[in-house]
Write a protein that binds this ligand. Structure first.
Ligand SMILES: Nc1ncnc2c1ncn2[C@@H]1O[C@H](COP(=O)(O)OP(=O)(O)OP(=O)(O)O)[C@@H](O)[C@H]1O
Ligand SMILES: [Mg+2]
Length: 260
């Protein structure tokens, strides 16, 4: 993995004077089952109308761990992430994220919780189209109170690391290529040192070196920072980079072993 000024992407979570999510920190000094759970789903069921999408899903993702979820198109992968983010509420079961039971949070608390603790890359990679890649990436830092010089420098370093050409960094996001938009959305999700990163098809628009570069960075985060990572992907080569791989089918999650 290429490096930021000091110590690669981990520097984003530990370097001074960069402001960061209050619970973000260096790699956890815990081992496997001792690490705190970042996501706990217990018996989660969800329907769109009468259509059952999830049927009693249990899932636990711990700090320092990466988990990939695979499944055919329409199996409910994005729905699962929306439940973890609190954009959807389950019909039954509970969704615990870090130390919060999402059912107990009102909309304003939930929005603040998300901004402070979660980094989310949506499948559609929403960016503010009139803002540049640097401005989009710097936005969470500015909302956290960083000055523009600090936020823009940090954003630029991260976009450089993700292989986005300098010329592309300063044009409106609406004019970026699909792959550049995807990488910018990833940069924005990880720039604050979130404790939980959720990524929906983060390499879907990438191939070759760009895909490998993004995967190196993404799957390095739990090791470098001790955050938890939950990735949805169609790509077995990307899923194989995760510590655990789960398949979503028929509304249920089950572990899978990928052929090496
Ligand atoms: N707002 C909605 N109202 C009704 N049905 C919906 C809604 N959003 C999604 N669905 C349906 O729920 C199912 C699961 O959708 P979801 O987006 O979670 O699938 P996915 O596994 O992420 O698929 P893909 O791999 O294509 O992204 C799909 O069949 C979809 O048509
Ligand atoms: Mg999806």
């Amino acid at each position: 993995m290429s490096s930021l000024a000091e110590g690669g992407i981990g520097a984003l979570a530990s370097g001074d004077p960069l402001p960061r999510g209050e619970l973000a920190g260096p790699a956890m000094d815990c081992d496997g089952l001792d690490c705190p759970a970042a996501v706990t789903l217990d018996g989660v069921a969800f329907r769109f109308g009468r259509r059952e999408i999830l049927d009693g899903v249990d899932l636990r993702v711990r700090a320092g761990e990466s988990v990939a979820v695979m499944g055919t198109s329409g199996s409910g992968k994005s729905t699962l992430l929306s439940l973890v983010v609190g954009l959807l509420r389950p019909v039954s079961g509970s969704v615990q994220v870090l130390d919060a039971d999402l059912a107990g949070l009102r909309a304003s608390r939930l929005a603040r919780f998300r901004r402070r603790h979660l980094g989310v890359v949506f499948q559609s990679g929403e960016l503010l189209p009139a803002l540049t890649a640097v401005e989009n990436t710097a936005m969470p830092l500015l909302l956290d109170g960083a000055s523009w010089p600090v936020a823009s420098r940090t954003a630029t370093e991260l976009l450089d690391e993700l292989g986005i050409a300098q010329d592309s960094q300063s044009i409106p996001a609406a004019d970026l290529s699909g792959g550049e938009r995807q990488r910018t959305a990833l940069a924005r999700a990880i720039v604050t040192g979130a404790e939980l990163i959720l990524a929906d098809e983060p390499t879907g628009a990438l191939d070759g070196a760009a895909r490998d570069n993004v995967a190196d960075l993404l799957f390095g985060l739990p090791l470098d920072r001790g955050c938890a990572l939950l990735v949805v992907t169609h790509d077995p080569a990307i899923a194989a980079r995760a510590g655990r791989v789960l398949a979503l089918a028929g509304g249920a999650l089950r572990p899978v072993a990928l052929a090496q």
